[in-house]
Ligand binder design. Sequence first.
Ligand code: FAD
Length: 285
Amino acid sequence: MIPAQFEYVRPESLDEAVRALADGGDDAKVIAGGQSLLPLLRLRLAYPELLVDVGGLDELRGVTDQGESLLIGARTTHYQVIRDPLVAAHCGLLAQAAGTIADPAVRHRGTIGGSLAHADPAGDLPAVVLALEATLVATGPEGSREIPAAEFFADYLTTTLHPGEILTGIRVPKLGNDWGYRYEKFHRTAQAWAIVGVAALARRSNGQVTEARVALTNMGPVPVRAAAVEAAAAGADASAAALTAAAAAAADGTTPPADLHGQPDYRSHLARVLTGRALAAAAGV
Ligand SMILES: Cc1cc2nc3c(=O)[nH]c(=O)nc-3n(C[C@H](O)[C@H](O)[C@H](O)COP(=O)(O)OP(=O)(O)OC[C@H]3O[C@@H](n4cnc5c(N)ncnc54)[C@H](O)[C@@H]3O)c2cc1C
């Protein structure tokens, strides 16, 4: 279908983009890679009157080392994240999960900022930034602010970005070498969205897991931390049996959706199995 008519601007600076978005009010929307927004426009599920294209803002692109953390520009593409040496060295989980997104064509156009701002419960990166305890950086007419990932995803396709705010970057704390990681994704075909996904991080010392972080994709309207699993895994033996036992609590407190791909009890089963696998891989067993 052809999208409804809209105005289009491609600002050359962040200030200009913020002004254009503010001037457009409720009827303006940011567009980055267009991989999620364009299908919505074509289906006429969204009909903004103004699109503010951030594609010309080079300041929002790339990865910089900021000492304790990396700052990843919001319009860094999935492809760039996958290939970036700083990401590989300090938060490889992000590159591993980005490598499971769609196909090469989508990964070359889609951006990390677009994935997070879109807040699709089946999107892979929201759970990953939650597990990495990242912070999202936004700029709007009132200035800039930083939002912890745990406070960013508000509901289905909804974030806590204020109207007129542009996501400019993602601040990811560096992980030490004692952390292992794994993103496990169960999908119908190689290039499809997650029916369930699990982002796991484990810190290991002397044959034990000393700390674990687990976040779930598509087990509710927003990504969730599996707190009961994290508590059970911390102090457990770094063995497949102990981590499978810890993973039994993976679906506790979740509200998985029902759709063509699976009912809630099926998703709960997947969450338990994938969490056991992801934790074992993260702990190197
Ligand atoms: C065939 C196909 C398969 C896919 N499979 C997967 C998959 O398996 N896993 C997965 O996670 N994703 C998948 N995607 C989505 C893909 O990852 C998109 O790249 C991503 O969701 C959106 O990024 P984008 O840059 O294209 O954002 P856009 O489509 O440009 O924008 C998406 C939304 O974010 C907002 N937005 C974008 N950038 C900003 C910003 N800087 N500040 C504020 N708001 C912003 C827009 O206003 C819009 O509401 C798939 C897409 C396609 C087309």
